[in-house]
Design a protein around this ligand. Structure first.
Ligand code: NAD
Ligand code: IPM
Ligand code: MN
Length: 358
């Protein structure tokens, strides 16, 4: 298979982890006889520094031409600590999602058994947890009208959803539920928010079309509690942009670490594969970032954008094997991990590559 992949490392640890992801793609291509070509483009803080824009026109053009995009992260403390900055790295990410029509963000939360003791949640609560989040990605308060008024003393953001936006993501979630355990949980705040009442109405109106799927509704506050209390109760979860952002960072504790969670952003155009973590400037340049989220992004990319299921499984199996062999990055190690098994980003990448080449 011949494919063109755009690597967009972005900021902070984005460059460190996508470097490993790209090497995995190269080894997979070699092993399975595919021809992958690559290009790189700027986004976020590095793009602002180079061009003044967080999503330069050249990057967007390259994104539209690519068959798939391996994304790193955006963000820089300079902006996090300066609320008045008008041009911000995160605008690049949001504009990319909007421009490419990436309305569905799939966030699989799957615990590798070997990491049962990496989480602060009790192993008996976690064992067997496997949730697939569908986070709506191009609507909600992220893209509603926002303004500073009253001479800057008042600010508002608008939480807004249209029926078609809810319908298309909810349908994707129903379809996925059909192929899994036929349970769908929709999360909203319909006891308070009008946009959530519309959301719930849409889910209820679609449910009769999927009679084989059992639908549960939860309010987002209760869901935040239930996810940790009993993660195995959930299979496919669908929710809006903001709630999905927050709940999946929380759910990363089910999988052990933010450094383990990959996601697929799909919709109308080129699919983007992005770890759920950010640029993590607290560890940038230290060589300790966990590259496995990026490696698992590669698995999602191969599967969803290219339909290469065996190749994707090979990548997942390599991650599993490395964890079984006891190797850990710092974020998934615990007090019983032997010091010589705690690896940096590159050494962890090296282990994965060796396993793939074996
Ligand atoms: P973050 O995800 O960058 O970091 C949160 C914590 O998790 C940090 O302690 C970090 O060291 C740790 N962590 C994250 N990824 C890790 C990895 N691969 N290996 C080991 N540890 C890891 O979130 P934050 O600190 O809230 O945000 C930092 C910046 O990143 C902000 O500017 C934010 O806007 C941005 N951000 C970007 C994205 C994205 O590009 N998709 C996502 C989230 C946050
Ligand atoms: C994510 C991030 C982004 C989001 C930010 C950086 C805009 O937190 O991808 O989860 O909120 O969508
Ligand atoms: Mn997030």
């Amino acid at each position: 298979m011949k494919k063109h992949i755009l690597v967009v490392p972005g900021d902070g640890i984005g460059a460190e982890v996508t470097a490993v992801g790209k090497q995995v793609l190269e080894v997979i291509a070699q092993k399975f006889g595919h021809e992958f070509s690559y290009d790189e483009a700027l986004i976020g803080h590095v793009a602002i520094e180079a061009t003044g824009s967080p999503l330069p026109a050249e990057t967007l053009a390259k994104m539209k031409e690519a068959d798939a995009i391996l994304f790193g992260a955006v963000g820089h403390p300079k902006y996090d600590n300066d609320p008045s900055a008008k041009v911000r790295p995160e605008q690049g990410l949001l504009q990319m999602r909007k421009e490419l029509g990436l309305y569905a963000n799939l966030r699989p939360i799957k615990l590798f058994d070997e990491l049962l003791d990496a989480s602060s949640i009790k192993p008996e609560i976690l064992r067997g947890a496997d949730i697939l989040f569908f986070r709506e990605l191009t609507g909600d308060v992220y893209f509603g009208k926002r303004e500073r008024i009253d001479e800057g003393n008042t600010a508002y953001d608008t939480m807004i959803y249209s029926k078609y936006e809810v319908e298309r993501i909810v349908r994707k979630a129903f379809e996925a539920a059909r192929t899994r355990s036929k349970k769908l949980c929709s999360v909203d705040k319909a006891n308070v928010l009008e946009s959530s009442r519309l959301w719930r109405e849409v889910v209820q109106s679609l449910a009769p079309e999927y009679p084989d799927v059992t639908v549960e509704h939860q309010f987002v506050d209760a869901m935040a509690m239930l996810l940790i209390k009993d993660p195995k109760r959930y299979d496919v979860v669908v929710t809006g942009n903001l709630f999905g952002d927050i709940l999946t960072d929380e759910a990363s504790q089910i999988a052990g670490s933010m450094g383990m969670l990959a996601s697929a952003s799909v919709g109308d155009s080129t699919g983007v594969y992005e770890p759920i973590h950010g640029s993590a400037h607290d560890i940038t340049g230290k060589g300790v970032a966990n590259p496995l989220a990026s490696v698992l992004c590669v698995a999602l990319l191969l599967d969803i954008s290219f339909g290469l299921k065996a190749e994707a499984q090979t990548v997942i199996d390599a991650v599993d094997a490395i964890l079984k062999a006891g190797f850990r990055t710092r974020d998934i190690a615990n007090s019983t991990t032997p010091a010589d098994k705690i690896l940096g980003t590159d050494a962890m990448g090296e282990q994965i590559l060796q396993r793939l080449n074996a």
